[in-house]
Structures are given as C-alpha cells and as structure tokens.
Design a protein around this ligand. Structure first.
Ligand code: PMP
Length: 416
C-alpha cells in the first residue's frame, strides 16, 4: 500500500496542502480524523439522531443497536471477555477519575500504597494523589533512569503486600517508551494487587490485548486513535466492576427510583449516568474499524517514518535523545544543547511544522531527568517521508539562527 493511500483518507491534509504543506507532528496530543470517522459522525446527526436506551420508536432502537454494537466492537478490539466490561467515558482522564473515585469508596484504606511510575501523565497522577490525600494512602513511585526508561530491577521492593493498586502507563506520552507493563502486572498479581493501565498512547500504535496483559483496568481516549474528542473507554474486569459502586448518579444508570430509595442497573450501564456521547461512540467505532483494516500498513509506515526521523535527527550537532529509540512507538523526544525548546517550537511553527515542546503534562518526569522539557515529535501513519526530511532540513536552518556557529558570530562581530 502506498504512503499516499493512508494520507488520502485524512481530508485535513488535502485542504491544508493547497497552499503550504503542513507537517503535523503532534499526534501524541491528538490525531487527525479519517473521512470514515467524519462521515459516521455527520451521518448520525444528519440522518440518525435519536437518544439511546429510552424510547420505543424506530430511530431510538436503531441508534441503540449501533451504539451497543460499537461496545462489542471495542471489546473485541482490546480482547475483553465481554462488552459489559467496556464503559464509555469522556476520555482517559475521566476513566482514571472514575476508577480512582469508585475504588476509594471502600476498596482502598488508610495505610495502603498506590504505585505509580515517574513517567506518568498528570492524568494518571493527580486523581490518585487526591484520593491518597483524602484517605491517608501513600504513593510509591517506580523510578526512571537518566534517559527516562523505567527502572524495574527493584520492582519486588516497590510492589509489596502493602500495595493496593498499581497505575502505570502502557507507553510514555512524553518520551514514547513502551513500558514493561506485563512484568509490572505479573509482580502485582503475586500480591493480589489491582492494576490499572493508562493506554492513551498505546492503542493507536500497538495491538492491545487486555486478557494477555492480565490487567484489571485499561483506559484510552478516542481522539488519540483517529476518533472524535470527548469519547473514551474504561475497560474493567467484570467481576471487579460488578463489585464497585456507581460513579455518577442520574438517568440511564438506574433500575428503579422512588423517594424511599433507588436501585441501579447492572454493567455497563451503572457507570454511565445521563445521555452519552452517541456520535462520539459511533465515530470511535469507525476509527477502530479503520485501524483494524489498515493495521499492517499503519505499522509499516510508522516504522519507516521513525527510522528516517532518527537517522535525520542523529545528524544534528548537540542533540540529546530521551527515552529508548529501540523500544518506542513512533515518538521521539529530544533537546539540543544551547537551544531553548520554546524558541525552537516558535520558529518551526513559522515553517508550518506542528510539534510539541514543554513538559508534556509529565512534570515529575522532567524533574527526574533534570530538564525543563523536551521537543517531542509524535508521528502517525499519514505523515510522509517527505515530511520527515523537510522537518530535518528546516530544523537545521532554524538552528543556524538560534545557535550561530563561531564563524557566523565572527562575521556578525566584524560587522558591528
Ligand atoms: N495519559 C496519557 C499517557 C496521555 O498521553 C494523555 C493525553 N495526552 C492522557 C492520559 C489524557 O488523555 P485525555 O486528555 O484524552 O483524557
């Protein structure tokens, strides 16, 4: 399959390519949407709009059927045992908040330890930190080495009988490293510890099998895997979700309400109060179908892009890579000696190159590495080899401005 075939599925590039080509390297923040996702969302609002699970009319029944079919598709996509294990949320952030909040109601008690890693996104730190503060729990952190790679050699002493839960990202959003989650989960299982995996950066780039991983909970966001914003997934092992209390209260999640008391629905509805993001769910279904259909081509393209990127960047004087190039999704973080990340981001933007500079919502990681932030390139299947070479060329030119060589400084000095 040609490189242009995948790109052609994403209309945003056709539009922006008219005048100046746009190099979009901020896919870790959010991905672009293929036509099939846009069409699915449009079709819902223009032809199919009705609420789900409520009415006896035909439109509602059709919307409910498509909505519930997508739940089955998502379950199959991550190899969950049942669609009852798939809870719709707004995104990874809400998934973490949901699970942290319901676990705090009875499953975590004072003195328990929650294990996180030093490279977590703030979304997988702050909710745990809040419940730790409220319930007298202790946070324990799996450290990183000087490159930002998790140090798991001492894991036996981190995850112990005192641990109640381990919450760990599958892939670091800041550096792109694939974390040894299977090893960490195996250690957790030895002590009967609950495990939550933040898969926000993994799902677009790797096949995820929650049964093979043996995690208890897994979360991801639709918008990072070619789907709409405002829709996400929380997977949870059925037996565990069954035993947890509801998150929010309202319509859809109840079985019977009276002023003397309320009973709640079973899974998955007890965690889904109110009208859900129906168009978002259908759009996510289309996005995952796109990934399923093109998985091999996506992988091949991402590998080719990443190899070219690393080769190109290696020719830059004073560059420092963070993370592990040999164990990464197609994301690379770097800093360049003597160059301010923000200045670089501003100048690259002037050349229509979109990337991310800063702490990437991982301030504790930056602190551990002793840096303010990095420049992050996060690639996706619709990027091209030409994007990569153009980026490397522009980067070299921009660096001449930001970091004049001694000879150009001499010239400038003579002109004074
Ligand atoms: N975790 C990770 C690893 C992420 O990369 C992100 C998004 N940058 C999040 C959590 C939060 O995702 P969202 O903003 O879609 O809820």
């Amino acid at each position: 399959m040609s490189e242009s075939f995948l790109r052609q599925q994403f209309p945003i590039f056709q539009q922006l390519n008219d005048d100046k080509s746009w190099v979009y390297f901020d896919n870790g923040a959010t991905t672009q949407k293929p036509q099939i996702v846009i069409d699915t969302v449009n079709r819902f609002y223009s032809q199919q709009n009705a609420n789900v699970h409520r009415a006896s009319h035909r439109a509602s029944a059709a919307a409910t059927e498509a909505f519930e079919q997508t739940r089955k598709d998502v379950a199959a996509f991550i190899n969950a045992r049942s669609e009852k294990e798939i809870i719709w949320t707004k995104g990874t952030t809400e998934s973490v908040n949901l699970i942290a909040s319901v676990l705090a109601k009875g499953h975590l008690s004072s003195g328990d330890e929650i294990v996180l890693s030093a490279l977590e996104h703030h979304a997988n730190i702050v909710p745990w930190q809040q419940i730790a503060n409220e319930h007298g729990l202790r946070l324990k952190i799996i450290p990183v080495d000087e490159n930002g790679v998790l140090k798991v050699d001492n894991i036996k002493n981190v995850i112990t009988n005192k641990t109640a839960l381990v919450a760990i990202s599958h892939v670091s959003n800041a550096l792109g490293n694939i974390n040894p989650v299977a090893l960490i989960i195996a250690q957790a299982k030895k002590h009967g510890v609950l495990t939550f995996v933040d898969g926000a950066q993994a799902v677009a780039h790797m096949s995820v099998d929650v049964q093979a991983l043996d995690c208890d909970f897994y979360a991801f966001s639709g918008h990072k895997v070619f789907g709409p914003t405002g829709i996400g997934v929380l997977y949870g092992r059925q037996v565990l979700l069954d035993g947890l209390p509801p998150y929010q209260m309202g319509g859809e999640m109840i079985e019977k309400v009276s002023f003397s008391g309320t009973t709640f629905q079973g899974l998955p509805f007890k965690f889904e109060a109110g009208t859900p993001n129906i168009a978002g769910v259908l759009g996510l279904g289309a996005a995952l179908a796109f990934v399923r259909q093109h998985r091999a081509a996506i992988h091949t393209q991402e590998q080719a892009l990443y190899t070219a990127l690393i080769e190109g960047l290696q020719s830059i004087d004073g560059i420092r890579f963070w993370g592990e190039t040999s164990n990464s999704i197609c994301t690379q973080s770097f800093t360049i000696e003597g160059v301010n990340n923000q200045d670089l981001g501003v100048l690259l933007n002037e050349h229509n190159i979109a990337l991310r500079v800063g702490h990437h919502c991982a301030m504790p990681l930056m602190e551990a590495l002793g840096i303010e932030g990095t420049v992050r390139i996060s690639l996706s299947c619709y990027n091209t080899l030409e994007d990569v070479s153009r980026f490397v060329d522009v980067l070299k030119r921009v660096l001449c401005t930001l970091r004049p060589t001694s000879s150009s400084v001499e010239v400038l000095a003579r002109q004074d």
